[in-house]
Design a protein around this ligand. Structure first.
Ligand code: SF4
Ligand code: MG
Length: 327
C-alpha cells in the first residue's frame, strides 16, 4: 500500500512573550492509504497544531519552522496558499468538531454540497443536485431531498456532521483529517458517525488522520496511534499494542483515566497535574513532574523516541539504553 502522508521531524513554533515556543517539536509519522492513524493527547499536547500544520492553516504568530510534510510526492511545507487551497477540499478533506462553523449559514445545504460536487466532479447543476441528494442518503440522512433544501441551523449537530462528511467525501479525498469529529455529539450519534467514517474509508480507501482526546474513539477507529505530550511523540504503535501493552507512563495514565469507552465527557484529567505551558516547560523529560516513575535522570536529561520493538516507539528512560549521550 501507498503512503499518503509522511510527516517528518515537524516543528511548529509560536512567537510569544517567552520567545519562540514549540507547539509541535519534532513529530514524525506516516499514514498509508485506507489506514486510520489517531493522534491522541490532552488539550495542549500539540495534536491540533499538528493537524493544522498539515492543512496549512497555521497563522502568525505561528509558523511551521522545520521538517517536511509529504502528501504523496508534494512537500506541503513548500507550496503556497493557493496550491494549498486547491488541495484542501479536493484531495485532502477536513472535518472539525463543530460543523456549524464550517457550514455557511446563509446558504442551503444543497447549495453548498452541490457547489463542492460541481467543482470536483465537473458536472452541471442538475446532476450535482441528484448526486448531492444521493450523498446525503449515503451518509444516512433521512428525507434527503428536504435536507438538501434546508439551511444548516435547522439541522441537529449530528445531522450537520453527516452533511460535513458528505461534503468532505463528495470530492473523494485521499486523506481525511478529522479533528475531534464527534466530541460535540451525544454518545449514540457519535457511534453512528464513527461507523460512517469507517465505512467510507473502507469503501474508498481513504486515509484518515484522526485527532482525539478520547481513547474510546481510538479503539473504535484507529489502526495506528501516536500519543503526544508537550509537543512531542511519546509513544507510537499499532492500536492493539497500545491497548494491550502500553509502555509510556503517560499512555498508561491516559488508559487508567478512561473509565469506560464511549463516555467522552471531559478531557482526560485523572493524571495528576496538567500539560506544561511554554512558561512552565520542564527540563529533562517533559512529563517528569507528573510521572510516578521519575528518577534523577528524568529530571535532568530528556529521553529520545526509541524503537523498543517492531513498530513500537517509546520516549522514556525506563525503556532506553541507559548510556545515552547528554543532550
Ligand atoms: Fe517518567 Fe522518566 Fe519515563 Fe519521563 S523518562 S516518562 S519521567 S520514567
Ligand atoms: Mg483540539
Amino acid at each position: 500500500t501507498e503512503t499518503i502522508l509522511k510527516v517528518d521531524n515537524l516543528h511548529t513554533y509560536f512567537k510569544t512573550e517567552h520567545g519562540k515556543v514549540p507547539s509541535v517539536n519534532g513529530v514524525s509519522f506516516e499514514v498509508k492509504e485506507g489506514e486510520t492513524l489517531a493522534i491522541v493527547g490532552e488539550s495542549g499536547s500539540g495534536k491540533s497544531v499538528t493537524s493544522l500544520s498539515i492543512m496549512g492553516l497555521i497563522e502568525a504568530p505561528g509558523k511551521v519552522e522545520k521538517g517536511s510534510i509529504l502528501f504523496e510526492k508534494t512537500d506541503l511545507t513548500k507550496i503556497d496558499k493557493k496550491a494549498y487551497r486547491k488541495l484542501r477540499g479536493n484531495e485532502i478533506a477536513m472535518i472539525f468538531q463543530e460543523p456549524l462553523t464550517s457550514l455557511n449559514p446563509l446558504f442551503t445545504i444543497g447549495n453548498q454540497l452541490s457547489e463542492a460536487i460541481k467543482l470536483h466532479q465537473k458536472v452541471d447543476k442538475r446532476v450535482a443536485r441528484v448526486k448531492g441528494i444521493e450523498m446525503l442518503k449515503h451518509v444516512g440522512i433521512p428525507r434527503a431531498e428536504k435536507v438538501f433544501d434546508s439551511y444548516p441551523h435547522v439541522l441537529s449537530g449530528g445531522m450537520r456532521q453527516r452533511v460535513m462528511i458528505a461534503m468532505a467525501l463528495s470530492c473523494n479525498p485521499k486523506l481525511l483529517i478529522a479533528d475531534e469529529p464527534t466530541t460535540a455529539l451525544d454518545v449514540t450519534i457519535q457511534a453512528q458517525i464513527l461507523e460512517l467514517m469507517k465505512k467510507l474509508s473502507t469503501e474508498n480507501n481513504t486515509a484518515i488522520l484522526l485527532i482525539t482526546h478520547d481513547l474510546g474513539v481510538v479503539a473504535e477507529m484507529a489502526d495506528k496511534v501516536v500519543v503526544m505530550y508537550a509537543g512531542q511523540v511519546v509513544e507510537h504503535t499499532d492500536v492493539f499494542t497500545l491497548f494491550s501493552n502500553p509502555k509510556h507512563p503517560y499512555t498508561k495514565g491516559l488508559l487508567d483515566s478512561t473509565p469506560k469507552f464511549h463516555e467522552a465527557e471531559e478531557e482526560l484529567s485523572s493524571i495528576r497535574g496538567t500539560v506544561p505551558t511554554p512558561a512552565t516547560m520542564p527540563v529533562g523529560c517533559k512529563f517528569h513532574p507528573r510521572c510516578p516513575f521519575a528518577t534523577e535522570q528524568c529530571i535532568v536529561q530528556e529521553p529520545v523516541l526509541e524503537e523498543i520493538s517492531d513498530d513500537h516507539q517509546v520516549r522514556c528512560w525506563l525503556y532506553a539504553e541507559k548510556e545515552a549521550v547528554v543532550s
